[in-house]
Write a protein that binds this ligand. Structure first.
Ligand code: ZN
Length: 815
């Protein structure tokens, strides 16, 4: 289906440097094959298939847009966009994930490209970095094991204590110990730590605690663990299973004297490299095995269609003489063994014949009286289907009539094109969640976090793993963690799209969708279309979808935002629907990357007119806003990253329409307070950045759990006050608000009643340090505050008629 682009004007008024960069982007990306496409003069239509070739890699490239109408038009092409929308002085800049041919198609349609931001080479570097990290850790383990191996004669102990830290928190005392054991790579035994009970006392007199292995990506890093103690030990001792001994002095960790909800002794930082879906599932399984009383693994009801494909080939070059072939068996079930050869028999008046020997298919093409090959693609397709139909299916290329004469093709192996090691299952893949909570019977408030709807987003799954580890590993000694785990029912699904995830790691780093081929031979279902298939899992849900007439999803099976054949057609989506249907789930976080956004419903609108799905009521929205300031403050605590107000709010306001997204399904179908994180700055950043993003957004996710817990218990209304200082400008004063707890403040300066539609004062979490309003002396400020549980100051009703909000006339402060 073609989309007609009308109703907006082109305005490519770019500074010279940007325009130059745009030209460079196109030059860098265009595949030489694209040059054969004639340059039409800016047609008004964009083809449904943007022309991505199979072996073309995709890059992240800026698209320079004049306005939101042009953004909607770009979204309507079905192009694969990441989650950046930056409003600049002259328009909007978004990031598209496109190949050279797609850039060419869109450029012909009049779109303007800017800088190239992320290339396949960058992704290859991330994978190399990950492999090198894993290899280095393994080598270190081997070296240590070898050095400690001769323990009878060697002075190298097979166990060494990395650190031993003592903390206090209120009247709780905690000892945290980290140690490395030479056998840790191969032996999963925990280690026992013996404590003394103070200076000069005997080791063992303070009791013992066990510490367990910390394994990341299958590599042992060290043992770690914390426990409550009853006195401050001076020394600890670990005796390894082989009898070697290590002793270390205990350090006192300086407690952080603030309202940091992570008390002293709070452990974090549990991921050391990117993790594939297989590794993510292994990780939660191992965690649950270690903490069976407070967690369990749940296999979700629907298996994926699998990291698997039919083996395929496209023979020939010209479209009307090309032949596509697909094996009947999956590639790994024998399809990859099939070969096809199209031979010139070298004699005159030869008939078209097909010979099948085992898995080898040999075609002798027909010739005329002078020995020239005469078989057309349609004839060869018919012969292959008749004679080799037990092995394969043949078809003409992309709906061509196949009237062109076939050229001979040397023996060609069919291939599923899948490069992952055999350790990645080719079967329909189970999808797992870890369920964390002391009471996992549905009686407690439920919170759901899920990641990797989009395969190439490698950081969000790590955020979920880091969060699960923080909950489980701090449970025994951290009061506030225990409060969450004892009173919430927490569902964490680290990868809901494992097939796409594996494909992104091993085959095509820009993969966004799942791997299911809904294309027919005529619409790109052949070997050359394989990097464009799949359903965008975040467009396949059931509320305000493409099928309901909303914008921002595509009917084209090769589009980056393909909505699938029908709502909830995909197992990945049915799994999320199943999770959301748990009746006790009231809060959720859908983790994506990137762009540092924090968003909620509505996430879709209909065009033209941008008529959005219904907005939450003002009271409901107050909870979204109130919780936002807490969650964003928690994120900021890690390295002072501020998610900006421009990137906080309903998806449809701050990003673009995304018909059929999961957040909307959770909110509109199930009434779940459903948020979306867009983590970090790119899909696969360098590890140091990925690590920092994991830490900061895990802070945010844990804070969401605290919000949920407070929602369950908090009935206390916030209070707020105004402070007034002299302004540098004569006749003006500077005004700031402060609140008794994290809360959103809405205010007016025109004497009108403040409502949720009034200006939102930036709290410290949202804007740097709380903004300063400079207003004329004598202005009357009207305002109220609302906390994350939806409690409004003084029980004021912002959507009612009362006037019991705060008001204050500001005057020059006395000196
Ligand atoms: Zn995404």
């Amino acid at each position: 289906m073609s989309k007609v682009r009308t109703g907006f004007r082109w305005r490519p008024q770019l500074p010279a440097a940007t325009a130059l960069a745009a030209v460079t982007a196109v030059l860098l990306l265009v595949d030489p094959a694209a040059a054969i496409v004639p340059q039409a003069a800016a047609p008004a239509t964009v083809p449904a298939d943007l022309g991505r070739l199979a072996d073309e890699q995709a890059s992240v490239v800026e698209v320079i847009l004049a306005d939101s109408a042009e953004l909607d038009a770009l979204v309507a092409t079905g192009v694969d966009l990441d989650h950046h929308v930056t409003h600049t002085g002259d328009g909007i800049v978004v990031h598209a994930v496109v190949t050279g041919n797609e850039v060419a198609t869109l450029t012909r349609a009049g779109f303007t490209f800017g800088r190239v931001l992320h290339t396949p080479a960058d992704a290859a570097q991330r994978v190399a970095e990950r492999e090198a990290t894993i290899a280095a850790h393994l080598a270190e383990n081997r070296e240590y094991a070898a050095a400690a191996d001769f323990s009878a004669r060697s002075t190298v102990s097979d166990v060494r204590i990395i650190r031993a830290d003592y903390y206090t928190s209120g009247d709780t005392q905690v000892l945290s110990v980290e140690a490395k054991w030479a056998q840790g790579q191969t032996d999963s035994s925990p280690l026992t730590v013996e404590r003394d009970s103070g200076p000069g006392t005997e080791i063992g007199s303070g009791g013992t605690q066990t510490i367990s292995r910390f394994v990341d990506a299958g590599v042992y890093l060290y043992h770690r663990g914390a426990a409550e103690v009853t006195s401050r030990p001076a020394y600890v001792r670990i005796t390894s299973p082989s009898g070697d001994v290590a002793v270390a002095k205990v350090n006192e960790w300086l407690p952080v004297p603030d309202q940091n909800p992570e008390g002293p002794g709070y452990m974090k930082d549990f991921v050391a490299s990117y993790l594939t879906p297989t590794e993510l599932y292994d990780r939660i399984r191992a965690l649950s095995a270690q903490y069976p009383k407070i967690s369990e693994i749940v296999e979700l009801p629907y298996r994926t269609n699998g990291y698997r494909r039919k083996a395929q080939a496209v023979l020939g070059t010209a479209n009307d003489s090309r032949i596509g072939v697909d094996s009947l068996a999956w590639g790994h079930h024998g399809g990859n063994d099939i070969t096809v050869e199209l031979a010139d028999p070298g004699v005159a008046d030869a008939p078209l014949t097909v010979t099948v020997t085992g898995t080898q298919v040999h075609v002798d093409l027909a010739t005329d009286g002078s020995g020239t090959v005469t078989s057309t693609a349609a004839q060869v397709v018919a012969a292959l289907n008749a004679q080799a139909g037990t092995l394969l299916t043949a078809y003409t290329y992309r709906g061509s009539a196949g009237t062109g004469t076939v050229a001979p093709v040397a023996r060609t192996a069919l291939s599923d094109g899948l490069a992952a090691p055999a350790s990645v299952s080719r079967d329909p893949h189970p999808v797992y969640a870890i369920r964390i909570g002391k009471h996992r019977d549905g009686s407690r408030l439920g919170v759901l976090a899920y990641a990797q709807e989009h395969a190439r987003e490698w950081v969000p799954p790590l955020v979920t793993i880091e969060t699960a580890e923080r909950l489980l590993r701090n449970y025994a000694h951290d009061r506030r963690t225990r409060d969450l785990v004892d009173n919430l029912d927490i569902w964490i699904a680290p990868s809901v799209n494992p097939d796409g995830g594996h494909y992104s790691f091993y085959d095509f780093n820009s993969q966004r969708k799942n791997m299911t081929n809904h294309c027919a031979p005529a619409t790109g279902g052949d070997f050359l279309g394989r990097n464009s298939w799949g359903v965008d899992n975040n467009r396949n849900y059931s509320e305000y979808s493409l099928f309901d007439g909303y914008a921002g999803a595509s009917t084209s099976c090769t589009s980056g935002t393909y909505a699938g054949p029908s709502e909830l057609s995909e197992p990945e989506n049915r799994n999320v629907d199943w999770l959301a249907a748990r009746p006790n789930v009231r809060f959720s976080m859908n983790l994506h990357s990137s762009g540092n956004y924090f968003m909620w419903s509505p996430g879709a609108y209909a065009t033209p007119g941008r008529i959005s799905a219904p907005r939450p009521t003002l009271a409901e929205e107050s909870l979204f806003w109130g919780a936002s300031s807490r969650i964003l403050t928690a994120i900021k605590r890690h390295r002072n990253l501020a998610v900006t107000p421009a990137r906080t709010g309903p998806i449809a306001d701050v990003l673009y329409s995304a018909a059929g997204n999961s957040g909307d399904m959770l909110w509109y179908k199930y009434g779940i307070y459903a948020w979306n994180f867009e983590v970090g700055t790119s899909f696969q950043p360098a590890w140091s950045e990925a690590h920092a993003e994991t830490m900061e957004f895990s802070n945010g996710l844990v804070e969401l759990l605290r919000v949920a817990r407070d929602f369950d218990t908090d009935r206390k209304r916030p209070t707020s006050s105004l402070s007034v200082t002299a302004s540098a400008t004569p006749g003006m004063v500077d005004v700031t608000f402060s609140t008794s707890e994290p809360a959103a403040v809405f205010y007016t300066l025109d004497r009108s009643r403040p409502t949720y539609a009034s200006p939102l004062y930036g709290s410290a979490g949202i804007r740097e340090g709380g903004e300063t309003l400079t207003v004329p002396v004598g202005t009357t400020v009207h305002w109220f505050s609302v906390d994350a549980a939806g409690n409004v100051e003084k029980n004021y009703k912002p959507d009612g008629r009362g006037n019991n909000h705060n008001k204050q006339k500001v005057t020059l402060p006395k000196r």
